[in-house]
Design a protein around this ligand. Structure first.
Ligand code: PHE
Ligand code: NA
Length: 456
């Protein structure tokens, strides 16, 4: 009968199941929930889109999240070494370790622009708190955001601050850094979200928002909307980028992967829906446009904050919450690289953080410049920022997820995966079916559509 592979020392693991859940929820709940989800739901007509999104999370997101956590938990090392170890255990081609490399690289590239967008959120805390938006014309608020993007040094300052905060936490290690921060920040994040939803119920347009989000109108659902929902299901659960693999590797052997993964998915979904319930009532109350696009949060919402009672207070709370969500995700994006540098290259955590952080900082300059001086440097019509976003969310995360699904479903021995998932129950068999057939087919369809081989 299978047994766990030799693992990390207990001090290098999460001290409780709850710590893992909060840290993994911290990785999952990010800009994707609060910035991206509301605007893509708005652009795609609301209810029907959200229903498809929920189905994607349940049928694909949760099984894939379990697969990624499983690889990490069994491998007990950084993504590259874990993949190498499990390939060897299965007697498979050692090249599978490239899946780990892909994960480390994806996290690295993603973080380089994630810190820039997180920097906007951080910058908007003092801007909102000082009452800048009070009574300001909608047009002036839009211009203010554009002006913010036009100043490279200001953007660099804020993204550097995000990166330093991230390294300050990650550099302290699993228990003193990641775990402590998650235990403090995640309850705070949900508290703020609930307060903001509570406030939104007083705007008189809460019912309209609920109807917009939960009354499906399938005539508004397009094929491309379905693909957006699918792609976002991976992004929002942090699947395919090595983040959940490294967090899984800090999981003690007796914790249920299925139960914790489901809870993480539930928390992530709750955060996205709560964000929608906080944002849409305000958008409707002030006659604004739910399909306003990426500016929904930085332009549309401040217009409302500038007009509503206590707008300065709740606006500030909103940007604090957004920054916290972004930070806890940033930790998980650099941790795979830090773990690899310390475990494989023998560096101290401090040295690894400085080195990894410097690389990300340099790359982030490309994203900063793509909003101003380098706005004209485009590749196939996309700026540097847009190209990185497209490459990572559109290709690298789904590719990582596909390879992890194929590896756990077809390469690892079923005895082993069953052992890690707590035995050959009905739940295990359903998981195996979804991960063997549904996940690979659906991801392939996404790819074929993306390269234009099938038209939707
Ligand atoms: N899930 C995060 C979000 O919703 C983004 C992320 C993707 C984080 C992949 C880590 C790894 O914002
Ligand atoms: Na998310």
């Amino acid at each position: 009968t299978p047994q766990a592979l030799s693992g990390r020392a207990p001090q290098q693991q999460w001290s409780t199941r709850i710590s893992f859940i909060l840290a993994a929820a911290g990785a999952a709940v990010g800009l994707g929930n609060i910035w991206k989800f509301p605007y893509i739901a708005g652009e795609n007509g609301g209810g029907a889109f959200i229903l498809v999104y929920l189905a994607c999370i349940a049928l694909l997101g949760v099984p894939l999240l379990m697969a990624e956590v499983l690889i990490g938990r069994r491998g007990q090392q950084n993504p590259i070494n874990s993949m190498a170890r499990l390939a060897q255990e299965a007697g498979a081609n050692p090249a599978w370790k490239n899946v780990g490399r892909l994960g480390v690289l994806t996290g690295f590239l993603l973080l380089s622009f994630y810190v820039v967008v997180a920097g906007w959120a951080l910058a908007y805390i003092p801007v909102t708190a000082s009452g800048t938006f009070t009574g300001l014309e909608p047009q002036a608020i839009g211009q203010r955001f554009d002006a913010h993007l036009e100043q490279p040094l200001v953007l660099i300052g804020w993204s550097t601050l995000v990166l330093l905060l991230t390294l300050g936490i990650v550099g302290r290690g699993v228990r003193k850094g990641l775990e402590r921060a998650a235990n403090l920040l995640m309850p705070l994040l949900f508290l703020f979200l609930v307060i903001l939803v509570g406030y939104a119920t007083t705007t008189g347009h809460f019912g309209a928002a609920v109807a917009f989000m939960f009354e499906p109108d399938f005539s508004k659902l397009t094929a491309s909307g379905i693909l957006v929902a699918l792609g976002h299901a991976f992004f929002t659960l942090s699947i395919g980028g090595g983040a959940m693999m490294i967090y899984g590797s800090y999981l003690p052997p007796d914790v249920s992967i299925a139960r914790t993964s489901m809870l993480v998915a539930v928390l992530d979904t709750a955060a996205a829906l709560l964000a929608g319930l906080a944002i849409f009532p305000i958008v409707f109350a002030y006659g604004l446009e739910p399909g306003a696009g990426p500016g929904l949060i930085f332009v549309t919402l401040p217009i409302a904050f500038g007009q509503m009672p206590l707008g300065t207070l709740f606006g500030t709370l909103f940007f604090v919450m957004l920054s916290v969500a972004a930070l806890t995700s940033a930790f998980s994006l650099i941790e795979p690289a830090i773990a690899w540098l310390t475990e494989k290259q023998g560096m101290s955590r401090l040295k690894a953080s400085v080195l990894g952080g410097s690389g990300i900082w340099l790359l982030s300059l490309g994203t900063v410049l793509s909003f101003n001086l380098g706005a004209e440097w485009t590749l196939a019509g996309k700026t540097f920022f847009e190209s990185l976003d497209y490459l990572t969310s559109g290709w690298m995360l789904p590719l990582g997820a596909l390879l992890m699904a194929l590896f756990t479903a077809w390469v690892m021995k079923p005895e082993i995966t069953a052992y890690e998932l707590g035995g050959e129950s009905t739940g295990y068999r359903i998981w195996l079916l979804l991960i063997r057939f549904l996940a690979p087919v659906v991801i392939l369809v996404i790819f074929l559509q993306a390269i234009g081989l099938i038209g939707l």
